[in-house]
Design a protein around this ligand. Sequence first.
Ligand code: DLZ
Length: 192
Amino acid sequence: MYLKGPSPQHHDGSGLRVAIVHARWNETIIEPLVAGAKEKLLAAGVKESNIVVQSCPGSWELPIAVQRLISASQIQSNTTGAPSATDLLAASTSDLTSLSTSSSSGPFDAVIAVGVLIKGETMHFEYIADAAVHGLMRVQLDTGIPVILGILTVLNEEQAKARAGVDGKGHNHGEDWGSAAVEMGVKRQEWG
Ligand code: DLZ
């Protein structure tokens, strides 16, 4: 059963720059989720060149990856010409440093954090889910950049597949995350 999501609104994403950061655990579920999010971004008018996709090992790493990505994009947009040594030093605390020079330029209007946590026999699931979700909330409130919560917390692979729309079952939640990113990116620009 798929519970109803938010009633749809149309927003013009043509002026937005959006990042998708995904964990690499449970990649067969991650891939359709990322594809669904990207599809909705493009359908709302976000330019392909303004969509940046990056990965990190697992959901635990999503908050620091999102935070560094946002920071790198802001340094880049504040810098005319080459980044200063101070800027590069500030951005070099993770392997995401390359982001400041590798993608199309400008700060992000929204970031979608995608991970899939499947409950195992240990407490890992609870610890990682709790820390990642709280970490992502902190990043969005600290930076003022909307961070869309794209972490699935499921009991088994079957539930994960249903929430990623795999095998024609269920609904791809990645599409909802793409739409949420466009809406919040546009509203952030409007609200300042
Ligand atoms: C360790 C771990 C476990 C048990 N399960 C998952 C999972 O279901 N989904 C996920 O995204 N990551 C998992 N991880 C990896 C952690 O998120 C993290 O990458 C490692 O503990 C290294 O810090």
